[in-house]
Ligand binder design. Structure first.
Ligand SMILES: Cc1cc2nc3c(=O)[nH]c(=O)nc-3n(C[C@H](O)[C@H](O)[C@H](O)COP(=O)(O)OP(=O)(O)OC[C@H]3O[C@@H](n4cnc5c(N)ncnc54)[C@H](O)[C@@H]3O)c2cc1C
Ligand SMILES: NC(=O)c1ccc[n+]([C@@H]2O[C@H](COP(=O)([O-])OP(=O)(O)OC[C@H]3O[C@@H](n4cnc5c(N)ncnc54)[C@H](O)[C@@H]3O)[C@@H](O)[C@H]2O)c1
Length: 458
């Protein structure tokens, strides 16, 4: 049967743009449907605008820290609408670049939300399109638990377009988005409370990193409250939808906030897809089920990125798209390595991590040793700041390979990328030791760990 397209991609985000662009450049006839803005979550309401906000927020601390270096700061003021609107202009510039990139590669961009008619046919705004292969790359959307007053909270989506910043904000959650936005708000001068229902933030990260980062967040001014959960929320003035909110916590106390951000996870964005029309099965939270080759239960339909709910990171979606391209064009079975994916949390201070945490290494029954240090970075000898940095290296005793590296402190995201290469390449502790340090940096600690830094493990 002749189809209109070789490939129809649903969603022009991190994974969808890469897959459609490369497939078209290799000779496929490709269309991509996008219901919102080109570039997806990362470009529009994720990594990119978030990082711009982090830069803005860091100045908030920078002005204070500059005094020790001789700068006098005569009443610097922050204007939210300038930041918000400059950010939006930059994102619109990127949207244009994505449009050109797709157009130049010969990809037809169709505006609108797609849904399945059958395993080779999708419908967008009432018009149908047939394709030999269909790729689902629709990403994820914020999950907000439903409770009395949950309509008065916002998700990260809205944070990028707020009319004004509140005087006092509550952030609920304990993952990447919660700690990143708590840091952003705090640095921009908002009185910020971060409430998490569990014992410690950042589940899945190394325990020392979690403890250390939490302490640093507190020192930076965030009011961190653990084992704290919200019972219900109401408007302070029932006639003012945009006014203050009263939060009733489960411990019985109540408090007023101008803004409440729920950062309580993201779930696959499948509701509008009518997956059942194509016989596509889903699992937990609606995640599209795929085999190793990203093939769904309908053989002509593939899925990757956040919608499969594996690891929700942009470079993962992009690498998955490239692996799928190799499978389609070169018949290479996908052998995606989900171990040793470096990642950074752009909180303040930032966290960089790659490989196993101490707890993961223990649960895998490995015999390993840990080198660990924490120190005051040189900058803070004059800044007057009390921030400290943490670095930690795990070495497998059987083959001397470095199996994990973790850092909390300035530039961790930048530093961890290089360590990711070393660990992926199988570097040993001796290789780290044989590497000459870059001085004076914090990063050099990773190549100067001696027996003195061995952690006594219980
Ligand atoms: C606040 C925030 C900060 C983040 N920061 C980082 C970071 O610093 N680093 C990092 O690596 N990751 C970060 N992420 C995660 C990253 O954005 C995602 O992992 C990544 O965007 C996933 O790519 P994707 O291709 O799976 O989906 P997406 O990029 O989400 O793209 C999916 C696209 O599909 C479209 N779509 C949905 N349904 C349909 C439909 N039916 N028809 C047509 N189009 C549809 C959507 O509009 C969207 O444009 C962040 C996420 C958030 C929310
Ligand atoms: N720097 C980055 O790379 C970056 C930044 C932002 C987001 N992301 C990606 O996006 C994903 C989603 O981010 P996220 O922070 O929303 O999710 P997350 O899964 O990282 O964290 C969700 C948090 O909400 C808590 N939670 C869940 N349900 C709750 C409830 N009912 N009440 C109170 N708390 C609840 C969880 O315990 C957890 O701490 C991340 O896992 C990450 O993969 C990456």
């Amino acid at each position: 049967m002749a189809y209109q397209y070789d490939l129809f991609v649903i969603g022009a985000g991190s994974g969808g743009v890469r897959a459609s662009r490369v497939a078209a450049s290799k000779g496929y006839k490709v269309a991509v449907a996008e219901g919102s803005a080109l570039g997806g979550t990362c470009v529009n309401i994720g990594c990119v605008p978030k990082k711009l906000f982090v830069y803005a927020s860091e100045y908030g601390h920078g002005f204070d820290e500059a005094a020790g270096f001789g700068w006098s700061n005569k009443g610097a003021e922050f204007n939210w609408s300038v930041l918000r609107d400059n950010k939006t202009k930059e994102i619109e510039r990127l949207n244009g670049i994505y449009g050109n990139m797709l157009g130049n590669a010969g990809v037809e961009v169709i505006s609108g939300f797609a849904s399945f008619v059958d395993a080779h046919t999708v419908s967008v705004d009432g018009k149908t399109y047939t394709a030999e292969r269909i790729l689902i790359a629709v990403g994820a959307k914020p999950f907000i638990p439903q409770f009395d007053g949950s309509e008065f909270v916002v998700s990260s989506n809205e944070m990028f377009y707020l009319d004004a910043l509140p005087k006092k904000a509550l952030v609920v959650g304990g993952g990447y988005i919660a700690v990143e936005f708590a840091g952003i708000l705090n640095g921009l001068g908002v009185e910020t409370t971060l409430a998490y229902r569990g014992d410690q933030l950042l589940r899945g990260f190394d325990q020392d990193v979690r403890d250390f980062a939490s302490e640093e967040y507190r020192k930076s001014g965030i009011d961190l409250r653990l084992n704290t959960d919200v019972a219900r929320i109401e408007l302070a003035d029932a006639n003012d939808q945009n006014g203050a909110r009263i939060v009733h916590f489960k411990d019985g106390h109540s408090e007023e906030f101008g803004l409440i951000l729920y950062a309580t996870g993201r779930v696959p964005n499948v509701d509008a897809l009518a997956l059942e029309n194509a016989g596509i099965e889903t699992g937990k939270n609606g995640a599209v089920k795929v085999d190793n080759n990203f093939t769904t239960t309908a053989g002509s339909v593939f899925a990757l990125g956040d919608v499969t709910d594996k690891i929700q990171l942009t470079p993962v979606a992009i690498k998955e798209a490239m692996a799928l391209i190799d499978y389609w064009f070169d018949g290479k079975e996908v052998d995606f390595d989900y171990d040793n994916i470096p990642t950074a949390v752009f909180s303040q201070p930032a966290i960089g991590t790659v490989g196993l945490s101490e707890q993961e290494a223990e649960s895998r029954g490995l015999d390993f040793r840990v080198y660990q240090t924490d120190f005051r970075a040189m900058k803070h000898t004059l800044s007057g700041g009390t921030a400290r940095s943490l670095m930690k290296l795990l070495v497998n005793n059987a083959d001397e390979k470095v199996i994990g590296a973790h850092m909390v402190g300035d530039y961790s995201g930048e530093i961890i990328q290089g360590l990711g290469i070393a660990i992926k390449a199988g570097a040993t502790k001796a290789d780290f030791d044989a590497t000459v340090g870059v001085h004076p940096t914090s990063a050099e600690e990773f190549v100067t760990f001696s027996a003195n830094a061995l952690k006594e493990r219980k």
